[in-house]
Design a protein around this ligand. Sequence first.
Ligand SMILES: [Zn+2]
Length: 276
Amino acid sequence: MAKDCEQVLFVTFAKDGLYQIQCSGLVPGPGHVCCTLIVGENKCLLIDNGFGDDDFTDFPPELQPLMAGKELICVGTHAHPDHIGGARQFPSIWVHPDDNDLIAGIFGDAYDPKANKIGDTQVLPLADGQIFDLGGRKVKTIHTPGHTWGSCCFYDDKSQLIMTGDALNRHVMYQCVHPAVPLRLCAEKLENLLQYNFALFLGGHHGDPFPRDFVTRMVQLIRAFDVEKAPPYIRKDLEKLNIIGDHRNFHWGRGYGDPEYVSIIVDAARLDEYLK
Ligand SMILES: [Zn+2]
């Protein structure tokens, strides 16, 4: 039966058997939540799974025949609730172990750190350089600490796209882990992405890809960081949620409408951690 509701998984961008999919749910600030499905000859890889409001047995209809009979491997770019909130729908999920403490924070008692399980879902330790051979294409894991310590990007050699999760998005690189990842290390890891052959990358909150130049621009911004030039980042909705205090926004460009806009949001009270 045809669906009459827009609040379902749908494809926003496709290239060579790679599909950017918009999930339901919004995040104050970044906006939409996206995941990526990569279809190989033998296996499929799902990168992220949203807040957990979507039914991952019900992929967009045009994708279902492509996935039929193939194992579905599930990975998380990092352990924030808008990226692995649906983890329990899968028998297992690969997440970098540096984010295990965040898993505990999200899933509470449902997470057993000893067994590394969320309910019945086994959390598997994702490693830098780990390759997922899907048949006819390989996807490489690139550990990219910054947004969180366990953040990873994924390079697909067939579409020549990099999926960055929240390690790199269009507008915001919000460092919200304790202790924070030093900006110097974050810039270095993002710069390492440039060794890969890609023209476009897909972030975790945008349906369409961004150009390679954007990586360089963000790295330059991080290296130019100057808190004296970073105005307060005021978001009343986030204040109410009590997850943001005295934050500063260091940015280039005129705001979200500017296609070249980049920004770093930092917690003003923890500058020593960023500047280590
Ligand atoms: Zn995140």
